[in-house]
Design a protein around this ligand. Sequence first.
Ligand code: RBF
Length: 160
Amino acid sequence: MASELHNLSQYDPTTVASGEGRKVGIVYADWNSEITYALRDGAIKTLTDNGVEASDITVVSVPGSFELIYGAAQMVKSKKYDAVIAIGCVIRGDTPHFDYICEGVTAGLTQLNVEYDTPVIFGLITTNNLLQAQERSGGRLGNKGDECAVTALQMMARFK
Ligand code: RBF
């Protein structure tokens, strides 16, 4: 599980399914935008590097990570996408808010995966500080946006 042991941007292109003809929705949160914009851009680049047409990627922002649930639900229910990627970054603060948001988003996205036929990819970074988030959004440990895109490609190839 530790991303210390796994660079999030490293993947074997020969084992990644082509995204040709696929339609992907990306919903991302504006909170901690330095991080989430880098995650979003990483996901878009990895999708297009692997055959998804830029015009087949729909990108929508929501104010904060908690709103990823609603945003992803709207995308899933529209049935327009072969996969939906939800991107956010929650950084631990001085109050228990972190735990409530993380648990809420995790439960909400899990519910979508169980109830609907479109894979929803979990692109929520949850860290103790900004440095850890930077390391996982294009820094020392790669970009979780890349990893989410690869996961979306694999899930679409297997189930859609
Ligand atoms: N949204 C995030 O995406 N990341 C955060 O780190 C984050 N921290 C928050 C801390 C507090 C104290 C509050 C009130 C909100 C925070 N939010 C954060 C926003 C949250 O996801 C949501 O947009 C708002 O709670 C409105 O529903």
